[in-house]
Design a protein around this ligand. Structure first.
Ligand code: TYD
Ligand code: MG
Length: 455
């Protein structure tokens, strides 16, 4: 009897990075997360082994004899998504689309088949009923004639249906709701998630059907999520942005068939996600000139330069301790920048509340944004508006020095294109060629910046 061969044992799995340990640990030694261990039963024995798939050539081949062909790609009818994937989805690839709940994963993945009716798409939903999906599709518009919908969570039925239907594209929403019968733990557990992904990978490789798998990730990363799957899948696209804000950034963080330095911006509208082909024009201010507390940063995210507004509010602390809060920006970095302002430039911000906000709900990690953050804080503190034709790109160091940033010339060119007249950068910036139509102002440190801006 097959079951007699099965043995169960327990392992502890970090729900953040997916590493396994034989005992519980308060902190994961691998990724450093606290309190992230969850107990998992693993079945050893007859259960299929999750892992990489081997192609039809099972014998070693001389590398020079391996025929190279361009990957076969399918366009998904969205210029931005195609670009992120490196020119359409590769046949037989498994793409993970991750993001926090409510950010728009289901919306985008349903929009894809609605815009490419010529593709036969199988949309498997484990979260919503067929009726709910239909209602959403009606709202999104487009042509639903190529889209088949299946409401199912059992992987063996899904794969059986998929084999029979033989679609051009399969979408599975979401990995957390699917389960494999031979694994004892509940849907959404680490072992189920890994096995679901491994089965879909085998399915994609063996049939050549590309699969888009949706996975939730929480802010704290507490539930088993896409982090665990990153090693298994071919491509990881991740949604970022504040759910309340209108803008969503879709970023490619892993791509076996293309560049990871890509990102696409979408706007959530009443009719679904709209592609924003030109992010700069959306993210710079829509208010009158002359407001203090704002500064425009010329940032580079992935390969794409764009400009956006940083907003700061500095006010006297009402309670004993000053509050610091940042939306879309690392609050520790904000504290560091405030400490630099305090120590190196003599600004007494210690008794002030400081609130920082990145326009459009974007989450910014580019260090070049430091300069705009400092300028926005100072502008609010002095209640002095920065002229609207100036933008900034520079990293701020602990001694108050302004450090050069990557690809300054491309940032300046984008700023000039959107109509800026001056860009502030570090004195140490090297520009291969002088950008046309914009003055490059070089500043060495914070005192020099203050002299140049707030005379
Ligand atoms: P959804 O795609 O369901 O998020 P996820 O699958 O990532 O959990 O939807 C996200 C939000 O978008 C939801 O709160 C409703 C909103 N929304 C719109 O604003 N316009 C629309 O056309 C649709 C379909 C959703
Ligand atoms: Mg959803």
């Amino acid at each position: 009897m097959a079951t007699a061969l099965k043995k169960t044992k327990s392992v502890w799995v970090c729900s953040h990075c997916g590493n396994e340990y034989s005992k519980w640990l308060g902190r994961c030694p691998s990724c450093g997360e606290w309190n992230s261990m969850v107990e998992q039963e693993v079945v050893t024995g007859k259960a299929p082994v999750a892992g990489m798939v081997v192609g039809p050539e099972r014998k070693p081949l001389p590398l020079k004899d391996v025929a190279t062909t361009q990957e076969d790609r399918v366009s998904l009818g969205s210029a931005e998504v195609d670009r992120l994937l490196g020119g359409g989805i590769v046949k037989g690839s498994l793409v993970l689309m991750g993001g926090e709940p409510g950010i728009g994963k289901s919306t985008l993945s349903l929009q894809l088949p609605l815009h490419t009716p010529s593709l036969k798409t199988l949309y498997v939903t484990g979260e919503e009923s067929v009726k709910q999906v239909k209602m959403r599709a009606d709202r999104l518009g487009g042509d639903a004639s190529g889209c088949l919908i299946l409401s199912e969570t059992d992987m063996s039925s899904i794969l059986k249906e998929a084999q029979e239907t033989a679609p051009d594209l399969m979408i599975v929403d979401s990995v957390q709701t699917m389960y494999c019968q031979h694994i004892d733990s509940t849907a959404g557990s680490v072992s189920q998630i890994k096995e679901v992904a491994a089965q879909l990978l085998r399915f994609a490789k063996s049939t050549g059907i590309p699969v888009i798998l949706i996975g939730h990730i929480t802010k704290e990363g507490t539930i088993a999520g896409p982090k665990i799957l990153e090693h298994i899948v071919d491509v990881v696209l991740q949604f970022e942005g504040e759910n309340r804000g209108a803008y969503r950034v879709l970023r490619s963080i892993k791509n076996r068939f293309g560049s990871t330095a890509e990102l696409a911006v979408f706007e959530m509208t009443g009719q679904g996600l709209r592609e924003v082909a030109n992010p700069s024009e959306m993210l710079i201010p829509m208010h009158e000139e002359g407001l203090s507390g704002t500064a425009i940063s010329a940032m580079l995210d992935g390969n794409r330069p764009f400009l956006f507004e940083v907003q700061a509010l500095v006010s006297s602390a009402v309670y004993g301790t000053a509050q610091r809060s940042a939306t879309g920006f690392d609050v520790r970095r904000l504290n560091m920048l405030l400490a630099v302002l305090e120590r190196r430039a003599g600004f007494k911000l210690g008794q002030k509340d400081v609130f920082l906000n990145m326009a459009g709900g974007l989450r910014i990690t580019d260090p070049a944004c430091d300069l705009a953050v400092i300028v926005a804080v100072l502008s609010s503190n002095f209640d002095y508006a920065i002229p609207s034709d100036i933008c900034f790109a520079g990293e701020v160091g602990l001694s108050g020095e302004i450090r050069p940033v990557s690809q300054a010339a491309r940032r300046a060119v984008e700023a000039a294109r959107v109509g800026f007249k001056r860009i502030f950068v570090s004195s140490y910036t090297h520009l291969d060629q002088k950008p046309q139509g914009i003055e490059v102002v070089k500043v060495a440190d914070i005192p020099a910046l203050v002299r140049a801006l707030f005379k």
